[in-house]
Design a binder for this molecule. Structure first.
Ligand code: NAD
Length: 249
């Protein structure tokens, strides 16, 4: 098992990529704190994880609130004794053409996607520096940190920030032996892309992948698990493109 003995906090754990990562991690021997805003989804994934023989607990967490993220990190140490992996994955989308934008929506996307990752880096970094074995912080960026698309300007801003925070945090935490990396998925078949589909852009998103189909959450979870292993020790400060070679066709 590739993650035997590891302890992880996974945010946005109740759906899509987060959910697939919880289930992958427990299958690979990790113990997981499933940090999720939606109570029903959070409890459901923990139930599934336990039914598969894994160890997991749910902590209701709004990543836009630093104290709640700190509490989820604290819970990992209380429950399982350490923190090896922090997966800052929770995110939301808001789809509207720029000129129809409501600034409040921009604000919410940035609060969750950008501040949420910042909170996770800060809470996990502070905890990990005091632990015997330094861990790894993995953030979910997006191919949209690199390529522009219509209707998601706030999302672009937040994911561009995740890309640079990954590099900046890796630099500052390196003296403590902590790695910070990110994954950048392309189009993944999860509820977050529903708004995209409603704008008639679903097809375009699927075409963007070189294999011309949306990715699965399990594909991204597999890459996250690889990055969480000690075998990935040379990978630091990088945004790893987990996007099936996404390009605009
Ligand atoms: P999803 O909607 O299936 O899952 C997101 C989860 O985050 C949900 O369970 C939701 O309840 C939770 N969440 C929302 N706000 C939260 C908050 N404030 N605090 C804690 N949890 C919260 O979407 P997904 O596709 O699995 O998205 C996961 C991450 O992957 C996001 O950061 C997203 O931006 C990123 N991503 C997704 C795609 C894609 O095409 N699906 C592509 C690139 C990047």
């Amino acid at each position: 098992m590739m993650l035997e003995g590891k302890v992880a906090v996974i945010t946005g754990a109740g759906s899509g990529i987060g959910r697939a990562t919880v289930l992958k991690f427990v299958r690979e021997g990790a113990r997981v704190v499933a940090a999720e805003l939606d109570e029903r989804r959070g409890e459901e994934v923990v139930r599934e994880a336990r039914e598969s023989g894994g160890e997991a607990v749910f902590v209701r967490t709004d990543v836009s609130d630093f104290e709640q993220v700190e509490a989820a990190v604290e819970r990992a140490v209380e429950e399982y004794g350490t923190l090896d992996v922090m997966f800052n994955n929770a995110g939301i989308g808001h789809y509207a053409p720029l000129l129809e934008h409501d600034p409040e929506h921009y604000d919410r996307v940035v609060r969750v996607n950008q501040y949420g990752v910042y909170h996770g880096i800060l809470a996990a970094g502070r905890k990990m520096v005091a632990l015997e074995n330094p861990g790894v912080i993995i953030n979910t960026a997006s191919v949209y940190a690199f390529l522009a698309s219509p209707g998601v300007i706030g999302y672009h801003a937040s994911k561009g920030a995740v890309k640079m925070m990954t590099q900046a945090a890796a630099l500052e935490l390196a003296p403590h032996g902590i790695r910070v990396v990110a994954v950048a998925p392309g189009g993944v078949d999860t509820p977050i892309i529903q708004g995209y589909k409603e704008m008639g852009l679903g097809e375009r998103l699927a075409r963007g992948q070189m294999r011309r189909r949306l990715q699965t959450p399990e594909q991204i979870a597999g890459a996250v698990a690889l990055l969480a292993t000690d075998e990935a020790d040379a990978i630091n400060g990088s945004v790893v493109m987990t996007d099936d070679g996404y390009a605009e066709f």
